[in-house]
Write a protein that binds this ligand. Structure first.
Ligand SMILES: [Zn+2]
Length: 250
């Protein structure tokens, strides 16, 4: 018993500095549970203060809100599959040249990544997976398109990503001859919730233009389990509205 304790101590001492070093440049170490979990993010680093102080935080529970008309013009091209498990999610960095136009502003697609369960909830209920496609305009504004997955048929585009997603943290790789098209992750019906929110991970920066599709895509039960196996849960809880208005756009 004593020997085991000593062993545990040695392991802790040996692992921690390396783990911390790997976090340098990405801000303080944060997690989805325990003492570095969502309730404590703002205490971990002064740069994360918006996580507690912000009044337009994401995710939120989505309700119908005002109806409006607004098309998202999508110009996505295929990209190489630049995939990494960054310890928080499976992330695909997208090749330059794909964009959407929303409200007359062009947003370039930077990356997409996955959460389980979903971060946004629909009328109080989560979906098993939520995909975030993160865009940025030339003047620096962030715009995210969120897409839910419900359990159902196997999703082909998701298989392409999952085949190369593994538990080796921090090693981006680009398999030869494999491409992905983010357009395959958009539902045919693009009716969406639109509101002003934040990044859902530290530093929780605000003024993010959020667009969450109403219609979910489908993923098989084993595809859902794969993400749950890698992260258990990587979703920030829903945040207060603080008087923000939501719109549903057709
Ligand atoms: Zn996200």
């Amino acid at each position: 018993m004593k020997l085991l304790n000593v062993f545990a101590l040695i392991l802790t001492v040996a692992v921690t500095p390396a783990a911390m070093a790997s976090e340098k440049g990405h801000g303080s170490h944060w997690t989805y549970e325990g003492s570095a979990g969502p309730e404590h993010w703002s205490d971990l680093d002064p740069k994360f203060s918006a996580c507690a102080q912000g009044k337009s935080q994401s995710p939120i529970n989505l309700v119908a809100g005002k109806s409006g008309s607004r098309k998202i013009e999508v110009d996505y091209k295929p990209s190489a599959l630049n995939v990494v498990n960054n310890g928080h999610t499976i992330k695909v960095s997208y090749d330059k040249g794909s964009s959407v136009v929303m409200d007359g502003n062009k947003f370039n697609l930077l990356q997409f990544h996955f959460h389980t369960p979903s971060e946004h909830t629909a009328k109080g209920a989560p979906y098993p997976i939520e995909l975030h496609m993160v865009h940025q305009s030339d003047d620096g504004q962030l715009g995210v398109i969120g897409v839910f997955f419900k359990e159902g048929a196997k999703n082909k585009a998701l298989s392409t990503v999952w085949k190369r997603a593994n538990d080796h943290i921090g090693m981006e790789h680009t398999p030869e001859g494999v491409s992905i098209n983010a357009a395959d992750f958009l539902p045919a019906d693009r009716t969406h919730h639109n509101y002003s929110g934040s990044l859902t991970t530290p530093p929780c920066s605000e003024n993010v233009n959020w667009n969450v599709m109403v219609t979910p895509l489908e993923a098989s039960s084993s595809q859902i389990k794969k993400l749950q196996r890698l992260f258990k849960a990587n979703a920030r809880p829903v945040q207060k509205l603080h008087g923000r208005s939501l719109s549903i756009m057709k």
